[in-house]
Design a protein around this ligand. Structure first.
Ligand code: SF4
Length: 295
C-alpha cells in the first residue's frame, strides 16, 4: 500500500475512484448524536503532520498511479487553516499535475475563518467540490442532534462556497427528526436547499448501527425512526417542497429503500411519481430489502 491510513477511513460514495489523502484524522466536532464514525480512540481529531502529507503525495507521484481526483480526509479537512490547505493543494498541483479535482467534507463552521478571497484561491488550486452534511434544515432537529449548526449557518456556508466558484454537494438525512419532527424536518430541509441551490443533493436514511442510546438521550426518551412508509412520506414532503433549478439529486446510498436519481427541477414529477408508487403500491416497485441495505 502506498499510504498508511489511520483506520477507519470514510469517503462519499461518489469518491470511490479518488485517491484518499488523509490530511486530518477524525472530525473536529465529533459530537453529532447520530454519528459513530470517529468514536474509536485512534480517531481523536488532529491535523496530519505536513511532512507525512508531503510523503504520501510524493509516494503516489513516484508510483505513477493514474490519479485524477483526490479526496482530502477525514471528517472535515476544511477545519485546517487556509495556509495549510493552500500548501497541500500546491503540493498536489506540483507533483500530481494530472489531478483535475480536489474535494473534501466541510462543516459550515470550517468556513468562518476563511475569507471569500481565500476560498477562491483554493478553488484556483483545484479544490472545487465540498461535501456538506447539512443533515437537516430544521433548527430544532439540528439542535437535538447536536450538529452545532443552524439553517442560517448552513445557508451562509453554502452561499460562500458558491460565491468562491466551488461546487457543493449536500447530504440530508431522511428520518433524522424521528416520527415527531419528520414533517418540519422535510419542509425546512427543502427551504434550505431552495435558498442554497446546491449543485448536488443526496438523501440517506439515518442508520444507528451502534444503537439508539445517544439519540434516545437527545430526544428525551426513545428515538422513534419512522417506518418504511413514514420515510417515504417524508421523502414525498421533501421532494414536493423542493424548488431547485439545476441540482443533481441522488437517493441511492445503500441505506435507502427506494433508489431515486434525477435532475431537479426537471425530474421532480417523475421522482414524486416513484415515491407515490412506493407509498400506494409498494409491491409494484423495486424496493431494497433489509438484507440488501448493506448496513
Ligand atoms: S460533523 Fe460529520 S463526522 Fe463530525 S460528528 Fe457530525 S456527522 Fe460525524
Amino acid at each position: 500500500m502506498l499510504i498508511n491510513y489511520i483506520e477507519p477511513v470514510f469517503r462519499p460514495p461518489s469518491e470511490w475512484k479518488s485517491l484518499i489523502l488523509q490530511v486530518t484524522n477524525g472530525c473536529s466536532w465529533n459530537q453529532c448524536s447520530f454519528c459513530d464514525m470517529y468514536t474509536q480512540p485512534q480517531k481523536a481529531f488532529r491535523a496530519q503532520k505536513f511532512d507525512k502529507v508531503e510523503q504520501d503525495i510524493l509516494a503516489v507521484a513516484r508510483s505513477g498511479a493514474p490519479v485524477s481526483r483526490i479526496f482530502l480526509a477525514d471528517g472535515d479537512a476544511m477545519s485546517l487553516p487556509f495556509a495549510r490547505l493552500e500548501a497541500i493543494c500546491e503540493l498536489i498541483n506540483t507533483h500530481l499535475p494530472q489531478v483535475t479535482r480536489i474535494s473534501s467534507y466541510c462543516l459550515p463552521r470550517n468556513l468562518n475563518n476563511k475569507t471569500p478571497e481565500q476560498l477562491a484561491r483554493l478553488r484556483e488550486r483545484g479544490l472545487s467540490l465540498l461535501y456538506i452534511g447539512c443533515e437537516s434544515g430544521d433548527d430544532l432537529v439540528l439542535d437535538k442532534i447536536q450538529k452545532g449548526e443552524t439553517f442560517e449557518s448552513s445557508l451562509a456556508a453554502l452561499l460562500k462556497l458558491r460565491a468562491a466558484g466551488m461546487k457543493s454537494s449536500v447530504m440530508i438525512l431522511n428520518g433524522l427528526g424521528g416520527i415527531e419532527l419528520s414533517h418540519q424536518h422535510a419542509i425546512n430541509s427543502a427551504k434550505l436547499m431552495n435558498a442554497a441551490q446546491p449543485d448536488y443533493l443526496s438523501t440517506l436514511v439515518v442508520t444507528l448501527p451502534l444503537g439508539t442510546e445517544r439519540m434516545d438521550a437527545v430526544f428525551g426518551g426513545k428515538f422513534q425512526l419512522p417506518d418504511q412508509q413514514g420515510l417515504f412520506q417524508e421523502m414525498h414532503t421533501l421532494l414536493s417542497h423542493l424548488e431547485l433549478e439545476q441540482t443533481i439529486f441522488r437517493s441511492d446510498h445503500a441505506s435507502n429503500y427506494l433508489v431515486l436519481k434525477g435532475v431537479l427541477g426537471k425530474d421532480k414529477a417523475k421522482l414524486l411519481a416513484q415515491v407515490e408508487l412506493a407509498i400506494n403500491t409498494p409491491l409494484s416497485i423495486p424496493l431494497r430489502q433489509e438484507w440488501q441495505r448493506g448496513l
